[in-house]
Design a protein. Structure first.
Length: 115
């Protein structure tokens, strides 16, 4: 089992920045891929970025160059640095962690980009 706790969401003006954190506990040494999804009410959850144990990353096209995902394996924590935020980035952001065929999820953190 893996437990994930997110933090760092909030309200920010367009063009601003936020950093999300996802702290993992439990079977952390078995985690392979970690990442972030986001969901807007009424829409499907979409993959924003993910990172593997070696630090290889991938991003949704609309966030490339603005978001940076990173992972501190020693602290069992993953981060999403979000810059140049846009109103369309407003969503609930969920972190996930894969262990074998299983995926574990955090509770979600709200990010609102508005003036």
């Amino acid at each position: 089992q893996v437990q994930l706790v997110e933090s760092g969401g909030g309200l920010v003006q367009p063009g601003g920045s936020l950093r999300l954190s996802c702290a993992a506990s439990g079977r952390v040494f078995s985690i392979t891929v970690m990442g972030w999804y986001r969901q807007i009410p009424g829409k499907q959850r979409e993959l924003v970025a993910h990172i593997d144990k070696s630090g290889n990353t991938a991003y949704k096209d609309s966030v490339k160059g603005r978001f940076t995902i990173s992972r501190d394996n020693a602290k069992s924590t993953m981060y999403l640095e979000m810059n140049s935020l846009k109103p369309e980035d407003t969503a609930v952001y969920y972190c996930f962690a894969n262990v074998g065929p299983s995926s574990y999820w955090g509770q979600g953190t709200q990010v609102t980009v508005s003036s």
